[in-house]
Design a protein around this ligand. Structure first.
Ligand code: ADP
Length: 371
């Protein structure tokens, strides 16, 4: 459905996207994950034909986006990070306008009704877009992307800035849409990608760092062992931490050591990664015996997708140092609310005249069982 071949984009000297290739099959939900500045939006914008590529090719449903943009774009519904809404229009006016703009041939009334029902915006169709909450504006943005029933949906950070219940709503809507559409979704929020996507591409500094299901990505990268060891040094001071870190690093097969926070007074946990072929546990034990250090805890851990993401995006310490955008992405981790409190988002009325209108309607309604 989507075929990307050797795609690159330069901004002056900067390569925002550097020779990436991937394809997305019919009915697949692909998550495009990466820290801020990784090149996600640039890729999305090229996929949708919004900006041109410096080199490479994009085929949407077999149609080249640069050679035949109108036909290729007719296959795409796009929700940019900031939804393209005309806030002085009503929801209904806007959707009808988009229907005309897309030269949609489907039966207008039934099609718009179907989309509004799906996006749960039927009850706000007469409202001015400017008076809707951010979550509802996002749903209207999604609704416009669905007009003309495009087989491909491209959604750029669709839950950014939404509150937890709005996030749940939009995520479950995307999942539903994934049943009938090919979806490419970008996000810097890992739990979001895990909750919604069948497959994940991790992009970092303009290149693809990993591609596969969460399990496949983990499998590929678990040729390393990861463990956490709590070691008690001899002085119970910060100098222990440095000495132990250096000594662990000198063990054959250990690739990475990081002293975590102080767990007990003067005692630290050390996160260690080693080559799979070499079991370093005995060497660590021998080292501690020789140095007269005590191992107070030893825990082997599998690499989670989160570990992998951290490693890919911050593992290269020298590169990350010069790129603040990467560290902000990690700070952007958010709690997975998927299992938290649910409940549909309630549209709040911000405009006082609308509040009055609603009250009037309610009081004139004599029917019982109002829900
Ligand atoms: P993401 O969406 O992953 O946060 P972007 O695709 O927006 O990343 O940006 C990738 C890189 O390209 C960043 O370093 C960004 O500063 C740069 N960039 C994006 N758009 C432009 C532009 N119009 N001009 C110059 N540099 C840009």
């Amino acid at each position: 459905m989507i075929e990307v071949r050797n795609l690159s984009k330069r901004y002056g000297d900067k390569k925002a996207v550097n020779d990436i290739s991937f394809s997305v099959g019919k009915g697949e939900i692909l998550g495009f994950l990466g820290p801020n500045g990784a090149g996600k939006s640039t890729t999305m914008n090229m996929l949708t034909g919004y900006i041109s590529s410096t080199s490479g090719q994009i085929l949407i449903n077999g149609v080249d986006i640069l050679e035949n943009p109108i036909e290729a774009k007719s296959n795409i519904g796009y929700l940019p990070e900031i939804p393209p809404l005309y806030v002085d229009m009503t929801v209904d006016g806007y959707l009808n306008f988009m229907y005309d703009l897309k030269k949609c041939k489907l039966t207008r009334k039934a099609h718009l009704k179907e989309i509004c029902d799906l996006c749960k915006i039927s009850h706000v169709r007469e409202r001015l877009i400017r008076n809707l909450s951010k979550g509802y504006k996002q749903r209207v943005g999604l609704a416009q992307a669905l007009i003309n029933n495009p087989p491909v949906l491209i959604l750029d950070e669709p839950t950014v800035g939404l509150d937890p219940s709005q996030i749940i709503e939009i995520r479950s809507l995307i999942k539903k849409l994934g049943k009938n559409h090919t979806v490419v979704l970008s996000s810097h929020i890992l739990p979001e990608i895990q909750a919604v996507c069948d497959r994940i591409i991790i992009i970092n500094k303009g290149v693809i760092a990993a591609d596969g299901t969460a399990a496949e990505i983990a499998d590929k990268l678990t040729n390393e062992h990861k463990m956490t060891v709590r070691i008690e040094g001899s002085t119970h001071t910060a100098s222990d931490k440095q000495e132990i870190t250096d000594a662990l690093k000198s063990i054959d097969g250990i690739k990475y050591v990081r002293a975590d926070m102080e767990r007990e007074k003067g005692i630290y946990d050390y996160d260690i990664e080693s080559n799979e072929e070499i079991d370093v546990r005995r060497a660590i034990n021998t080292l501690c015996r020789e140095k007269d250090w005590n191992i107070l805890m030893f825990q082997l851990s599998d690499m989670t997708l989160e570990d992998i993401f951290m490693k890919i995006t911050s593992g290269d310490i020298t590169a990350v140092k010069s790129n603040d955008e990467n560290s902000s992405a990690l700070a952007g981790y958010e709690i997975d609310f998927e299992n938290g409190s649910s409940g549909a988002e309630k549209e709040t009325v911000s405009d006082s005249s609308e509040i009055k209108e609603k009250k009037d309607k309610k009081s004139s309604s004599k029917k019982g069982g109002d829900k």
